[in-house]
Design a protein around this ligand. Sequence first.
Ligand code: SF4
Length: 300
Amino acid sequence: MPRNIETVEKLSELVSSFICHAAGHLPDDVRAKLGEMRQIETEGFAPQIYDCMEENMKMADSLGRPSCQDTGIPQFFARVGTAFPYINEIEASLIEAVKKATVRAPLRHNAVEVFDEYNTGNNIGHHIPWIDWELVPDSDELELYFYMAGGGCSLPGMAKVLMPLEGYDGIAKAVFDQMTTYGVNACPPCLVGIGIAGSAEVAAKLSKKALLRPVGSHNPNPKAAQMESLMEEGLNSIGIGPGGFGGKLSVMGVNIEQASRHPATLAMGLSTACWAHRRAGIRIRPDYTYDFFTHKGVSL
Ligand code: SF4
């Protein structure tokens, strides 16, 4: 179906600016959390590592450059109002936005075609950018989350299906096993996303969606919230510390999302975000005005 070229141009310009800003600026909640953690770390290398992160963020801002060399695979999570007038143009606009941001930000070329094994050179490939769709009834807005999924953070996640009798202890064990082996692939302090469901693919997807939730938020189910707090406490007691150099705190938090499961299965997924947790959220209205809600006060 032919797309409205003018709409694709307008939407892709806006989303391209949104991506470029996200590449160089962490969201408000992550910045605040890193600042809090810096105050708690007073010994060893930890304070220097936090100071390096702060310096890094300032330089990314003043030089107009991404805050990490790995700008990741671009992933979008779109919550589309069923009355959003440009619904037919969204996909083309997101692809065009990634092409533009790859040059402007600039973004590292991270799309490698499987089997043919070549880098496409513009961050566009089969299912890249990855777009996750959700429909929102009775809305004329597009709520868009963007995530830079790096080779150390979030992409090396895991999912498995446990026997139900392994229970929530089994989920905790799987998380701690992973975090104490491959966990430091994501430069700590990490944000840990956990999905619990009836199948591996649903659990994996929920674990990524858990990373979109603000740092410091809690699952509305009190038992899930308690599990988040207990796991955060436990992971902090390991002593990985910022950059993996040791410290009092290792994680920014643990976010759990769940879906009802089959009686015979208990699946878990794990996605780990790094300190450079480049997650951005924007709400776009039909007149192209927007609310950049993860980065307050920013005009694109
Ligand atoms: S884990 Fe995060 S901070 Fe470390 S290299 Fe990857 S994207 Fe950059």
